[in-house]
Design a protein around this ligand. Structure first.
Ligand code: ATP
Length: 255
C-alpha cells in the first residue's frame, strides 16, 4: 500500500564533478510503499542521485532525508534501514550462495535464515552452487537477494534487469513487486520503458541533471496524448516480445 508518508525527501540536490554539474538542483519525494523509478538518457545523473541517496557518494549541496535521517550526518543509521544492490564484482566468486548470504548477514551483524532469503528469489535449489557458476539471470536475482537480507525499509536497484532475457526480466519484475508487497519501498533506475510502465507507481524523468517530469506512468502518457500526440504507426495488438514469450513460454530457463 502506498501511503502519503514521505520515506525519502530529496531537497535541492547538487553534485558537481569538477566543472561538470551531474545533478543540478533536483528535489523530489518518494512515498512509503511505492516502486519509484528514475528514468533518463545515459549520463543524465540517475546513478549519481541514487548513490547519494544510498550514502555511497557525497553531494556538493542540498540534502537527502531517508525516513527522516540525513544521508550526510546520519550515514550509519541510514545504512541500517536500506538495501543496496552491489556490483557483481563485489561477490567472492568461489563461495556458495548460502555462504555469501551468511557472509553479508555477518557484515550487517544480524542473524538471517539464508534458505528463506534464497527461496524468496527462487534460488533455494542453488544454495550450494558457487556464485561464478550462475547464469546472468540467476546472478541478477542473487544481487536482489543481497538487498533484502537486512529486511530494509527501502531497496535501491540500479538497472536490475539489464541484459536479461524476457522470461528472466518478467521473473525479476515479480520479485520486485513481492519486495514492495512485503512493505519495502523500492527505488530503481531502468532504461526499459515497458518495465517502468508495468512496474513503477511513479517515475521521475531526469535529463541533464534535472527532473523534468514526475508522475505516474498513466498520467504522463495521458498528458502527452492530451497534447495531441499520436504514434505514427498503427500499433498491432501484439509485440515481438509477445511472440517470443508465446513461443518459448514463461518459465525461467536457467533453473
Ligand atoms: P547511465 O544511464 O549511463 O548509467 P546515469 O544517468 O546513471 O547514466 P551518472 O552515472 O549519474 O548518469 O553520470 C552523470 C554524469 O556524471 C555523466 O556525465 C558522468 O560521466 C559523470 N560522472 C559520473 N560519475 C563520475 C565521477 N566519479 N567522476 C567524474 N564524472 C562522473
Amino acid at each position: 500500500m502506498i501511503s502519503q508518508k514521505k520515506i525519502i525527501e530529496v531537497k535541492n540536490l547538487v553534485k558537481k564533478y569538477d566543472d561538470l554539474t551531474a545533478v543540478n538542483d533536483i528535489s523530489f519525494d518518494v512515498y512509503e510503499g511505492e516502486i519509484f523509478g528514475l528514468l533518463g538518457p545515459n549520463g543524465a545523473g540517475k546513478t549519481t542521485t541514487l548513490e547519494i541517496m544510498e550514502t555511497l557518494r557525497e553531494q556538493t549541496s542540498g540534502e537527502v532525508l531517508v525516513d527522516g535521517l540525513s544521508v550526510t550526518t546520519q550515514k550509519n543509521q541510514v545504512k541500517k534501514i536500506i538495501g543496496v544492490q552491489l556490483q557483481q564484482s563485489g561477490f567472492y566468486p568461489n563461495l556458495t550462495l548460502f555462504e555469501l548470504i551468511k557472509l553479508f548477514a555477518g557484515l550487517y551483524n544480524i542473524e538471517t535464515d539464508a534458505m528463506e532469503v534464497l527461496e524468496l528469489v527462487g534460488l533455494k535449489e542453488k544454495a550450494k552452487a558457487i556464485y561464478k557458476t550462475l547464469s546472468g539471470g540467476q546472478k541478477q536475482r542473487f544481487a536482489v537477494a543481497t538487498t533484502i537480507i537486512n529486511k530494509p525499509k527501502i531497496v535501491f536497484l540500479d538497472e536490475p534487469t539489464t541484459g536479461l532475457d524476457p522470461q528472466a526480466r518478467r521473473n525479476l519484475w515479480e520479485l520486485i513487486q513481492n519486495i514492495r508487497d512485503t512493505g519495502s519501498t523500492v527505488v530503481l533506475t531502468t532504461h526499459y520503458m515497458d518495465e517502468a510502465e508495468k512496474l513503477c507507481d511513479r517515475v521521475g524523468i531526469v535529463d541533464s541533471g534535472k527532473i523534468i517530469q514526475l508522475d505516474t506512468p498513466g498520467n504522463l502518457i495521458d498528458n502527452l496524448l492530451a497534447k495531441g500526440f499520436t504514434r505514427e504507426e498503427k500499433l498491432k495488438h501484439a509485440s515481438l516480445e509477445d511472440v517470443f514469450i508465446h513461443l518459448t513460454g514463461k518459465d525461467l530457463r536457467d533453473e
